[in-house]
Design a protein. Structure first.
Length: 129
């Protein structure tokens, strides 16, 4: 689909769980423009929620969450960064989140250091006949 290819949207917001809906809705709107099915859009929203929540937790914190959404041919790439210090947990997503993420996106990765946390995910649209 040539319409919208290569578009990039950047969303920066306070790192609070109450605003994660904005991140999900942005992902849903862009995926819909690429022709994702309803189920694919829902899968993407789940992935964005899991990864953003891993960064901000139940209480959030001082700092910002920045998401870069890039339309890439038949898919979308979302990169998230938080300038909050990394969680003390060794595995930011946990086993259940990893299982969920593996089921709903094509690939993802999470990394962190003392100063920030980052994630990257890719979701491709299923070919239709």
């Amino acid at each position: 689909m040539s319409d919208g290819q290569g578009e990039q949207v950047r969303l920066t917001m306070p790192a609070t769980p109450q605003l994660l809906r904005v991140a999900r809705l942005t992902a849903a709107g862009l995926a819909s423009r690429l022709g994702f099915s309803f189920d694919e859009v829902e899968d993407l929203k789940i992935a964005v929620d899991e990864l953003c929540f891993a960064m901000v937790g139940t209480r959030g914190g001082e700092g910002n969450l920045t998401l870069d959404y890039r339309l890439d041919g038949d898919g979308i790439i979302i990169e998230g960064t938080s300038d909050m210090p990394a969680s003390p947990r060794a595995d930011a997503t946990g086993e259940l989140s990893d299982l969920i993420l593996s089921a709903v996106v094509d690939d993802y990765e999470v990394s962190s250091d003392d100063a920030s946390m980052r994630f990257r995910l890719r979701k491709r649209r299923t070919a239709r006949s």
